[in-house]
Design a binder for this molecule. Sequence first.
Ligand SMILES: O=P(O)(O)OP(=O)(O)OP(=O)(O)OC[C@H]1O[C@@H](n2cnc3c(O)ncnc32)[C@H](O)[C@@H]1O
Ligand SMILES: [Mg+2]
Length: 194
Amino acid sequence: MKELVLASHNAGKLRELQALLGNSIKIRSISEFSSVEPEETGLTFIENAILKARHASQISGLPALADDSGLTVDYLQGAPGIHSARYSASGGDAGNNRKLLEALQGVPEAQRGAQFVCVLALLQHANDPLPIICEGHWQGRILLAPQGMNGFGYDPLFYVAEQRCSSAELSNELKNQLSHRAQAMQRLKQQLAL
Ligand SMILES: O=P(O)(O)OP(=O)(O)OP(=O)(O)OC[C@H]1O[C@@H](n2cnc3c(O)ncnc32)[C@H](O)[C@@H]1O
Ligand SMILES: [Mg+2]
């Protein structure tokens, strides 16, 4: 595999995925080919990752890598989960974070456990019957108020105990060593012998 298309329209994810993949494969952005985002109709991260990779491979003719990820909060029985990107009505990061804080209003620290989850799906071609699927999990808890400016999405609310800060206060390099996405990518690289 010499080049692949990254099937994501999320600029934060693209930045991280490109840094994590390195230079051994030429990475093309899906935006070169289309701005249409497939509907994420799956009931699991895995289904949605496959669906996005298949769509990207169909329109580009290239092998495709997709990332379906999200935040699962213990107190909310795993919500927002696969709906993380569309949690609030606006669907933007600020609205999603506000809604999460409201949902956890009054909930004590000990009950604010959460995980970031990332599933990567790699399809060699649009009809690939055996996609490579790798996942990563990152344990944390939800802060009482946003902290930090780095990263994207729910990072300002995700407290990383070992670093004593939110994931939006980590450098890009450190987040890329610890995150759910980093762990999933490490497994994918092992499978591809990269
Ligand atoms: O589907 P694509 O085009 O890749 O982009 P998206 O933003 O819609 O991505 P998802 O459907 O996978 O939804 C992921 C959600 O989880 C959030 N998320 C995922 N990884 C994150 C991270 O490392 N830090 C903060 N938030 C993250 C992200 O902000 C979205 O709200
Ligand atoms: Mg999405």
